[in-house]
Design a protein around this ligand. Structure first.
Ligand code: PEP
Ligand code: MN
Length: 363
């Protein structure tokens, strides 16, 4: 389906990143206004807050409902920031429009369900409001595109997408694994569709928010959505991933917003593949180094039993000479090999020393 998109925020140049920040949920009027006042001092284009929260279990906080829309209106009036919230059904859309919400978004649990997406699309017919569409919780690009098409067919042309990662059952440091190749493929198919990275829901924790945001910027994404709360530890939802306005400011200051040097998705994709291979090799290197140190420790124990000194100059010279010669054949400079082997040798000695000076090894 051929689609042409208009900009999300009128007057904002397309190459400038769209910055969205605010609490996961609107909890109280004070909390919303406190967050908003602090974020209005920063370069935030859109203030976010969830009014209706799709929670896994019914006993969790499910949002304050319509009352919170009035708080968002106050945010607009007081700070001049535009505001956005999640809508998942007809009633949400009508209420949001009634209260002058500037932008609405579809959550991951809505995008996954074509009935819900269609319901929201129908409710939006004839309204010119920007809509941001989160990826479905499962890694299904077609389902994501289907949701975009449903909203577009309702006459909405100010559309953006939000990449918030995908559910995954294995061991991972993420709350939702990013699978970058999926948004990359979406961008390849729809080069004019803005992609915003929701680093908060990808990470589910604070310590990697900056790295994920940077990665999105390095991949030429068009914006960031981050959860910011005045007192994150006390948040009623998603406490672990929310940050204070001060921490958010610091984090944003460290992000390098790159110029889109190229629109060539093939280039970006290839680069991404190569970097992935490098990460795997680095991992292998670390595993090998760790095995090497374990062997050194065994040698240490052996030397201790036989009361032999750790440093064996002849042996070390042999390692160095052989390494330099072999490395040069493989295109590695003498300088690099020397530094590299010296560092390994030193670490090896440290491991041997640790073993030799340990009381529990028989001497
Ligand atoms: C949210 O933005 O707070 C939210 C519920 O996100 P998602 O739909 O990505 O889970
Ligand atoms: Mn959240």
């Amino acid at each position: 389906m051929e689609m042409t998109f208009r900009s999300i925020i009128e007057g904002k140049p397309a190459q400038e990143p769209l910055i969205i920040a605010g609490p996961c949920s609107a909890e109280t009027e004070e909390q919303v206004l406190d967050a908003a006042r602090q974020l209005a001092q920063q370069k935030v284009d859109l203030f976010r807050a969830g009014i209706w929260k799709p929670r896994t279990r019914p006993n969790a906080f499910e949002g304050v409902g319509t009352e919170g829309l009035g708080w968002l209106r106050r945010v607009k009036d007081e700070t001049g920031m535009k505001v956005t919230t999640e809508v998942a059904n007809t009633q949400h859309v009508f209420e949001a429009l009634k209260y002058g919400i500037d932008v609405v978004w579809l959550g991951a649990r809505t995008t996954v369900n074509p009935f819900s997406v269609q319901e929201v699309a129908d409710a939006l017919k004839g309204v010119d409001i920007p809509v941001l569409i989160k990826n479905p919780i499962n890694p299904d690009l077609k389902l994501w595109i289907g949701a975009i098409e449903r909203i577009y067919k309702a006459g909405i042309t100010r559309i953006g997408v939000i990449h918030r990662g995908f559910s995954y059952h294995g061991d991972t440091k993420y709350r939702n694994v990013p699978r970058w190749q999926i948004p990359i493929e979406l961008k390849r198919q729809f080069p004019d569709l803005p992609i915003i990275c929701d680093n908060s829901h990808i990470c589910g924790r604070r310590d990697i928010l900056q790295a994920v945001a940077q990665k999105a910027m390095d991949l030429n994404f068009n914006g960031l959505m981050t959860e910011v709360h005045p007192t994150p530890d006390e948040a009623w939802s998603d406490a672990e991933q929310q940050v204070t306005p001060a921490r958010y400011q610091e984090l944003m200051q460290h992000i390098v917003f790159r110029q889109p040097t190229t629109d060539d998705m093939e280039f970006l994709e290839n680069l991404e593949h190569l970097r992935h291979e490098i990460d795997e090799i680095d991992e292998e290197l670390l595993n090998l180094l760790s095995s090497r140190m374990k062997l050194a420790e065994r040698i240490g124990e052996y030397k201790k039993r036989n009361n032999i000194a750790i440093l064996q100059t002849t042996r070390w010279n042999e390692i160095l000479e052989r390494g330099v010669a072999k490395g040069q054949l493989k295109g590695l400079s003498e300088e690099f090999i020397t530094v590299f082997l010296k560092a390994i040798h030193q670490e090896s000695i440290n491991h041997q020393e640790k073993v030799m000076n340990r009381e529990d090894v028989a001497g």
